[in-house]
Unconditional design. Structure first.
Ligand SMILES: [Zn+2]
Length: 219
């Protein structure tokens, strides 16, 4: 376990497989995006990750924002957008949009601190964070992750983009992908898709991108 949310819910970090390279799956950064964290949770339950054993150390934080997931809200219990709260070079106190309050200071939230601790511990070579959105589902990539995004898109048919159309200071894509060149995918699923359908459409894509990343010459 990584730590506790503001309301005292545990934030779990699971290690699924072992290997030299480390990969990290993240869900539930935004608590109202059940399509994203539902996919990660179902993947964990499926056991499909077993094929990665000894090829890569696969880690997962299925619900980074367990309070938001319990309350069905995007933000954490302090009303902070955890995907704007990371200590990036471009972090700003001003909220660019009302939906994205970045918090009183970079890294101020316990959930953000838990994520930073896991990143320091795992030092992942590849990160995938699953979200959902009302319009423009896509495989968004930051850092050297174009081929990973394409490996995923080949199976789920979503457009690949390195530009979500608005700045995202304090986001994981900026912190890990842009500033540290850690290949980072932000999978944006369509909001409102039933979980069975999400699984049908995404299970192979998720498996394929992990298998792709686990190849000896992937990075
Ligand atoms: Zn999101």
């Amino acid at each position: 376990m990584l730590g506790y949310s503001l309301q005292g819910r545990p934030i779990h970090l699971w290690q699924l497989t072992r290997g030299i390279r480390s990969f990290l799956l993240i869900g539930g950064v935004h608590g109202d995006e059940v399509e994203g964290y539902g996919l990660i949770e179902r993947y964990l339950a499926s056991g499909k990750w077993g094929s990665l054993e000894s090829k890569a150390a696969l880690w997962a934080i299925p619900r980074l924002n367990p309070d938001g997931c319990a309350l069905g809200q995007r933000l954490n219990a302090n009303g902070v957008d955890l995907n704007r709260n990371l200590p990036t070079q471009d972090w700003v106190a001003a909220s660019l949009e009302a939906r994205y309050p970045p918090g009183p200071a970079p890294g101020s939230e316990p959930e953000t601190q838990a994520l930073l601790a896991s990143l320091a511990q795992i030092r992942p070579q590849f990160i995938l964070s699953a979200h959902s959105c009302q319009s423009n589902p896509c495989v968004n990539y930051n850092g050297p992750a174009l081929e990973l995004a394409q490996a995923m898109a080949a199976h789920n048919g979503l457009p690949v983009t390195d530009d979500i159309g608005y700045p995202a200071p304090g986001s994981l894509g900026t912190w890990a992908g842009q500033e540290r060149q850690i290949p980072t995918l932000t999978l944006e699923l369509r909001r409102g898709t039933p979980l069975d359908q999400v699984w049908q459409e995404q299970a192979e894509a998720l498996q394929a991108v992990l298998e792709w990343a686990a190849q000896d010459d992937a990075f």
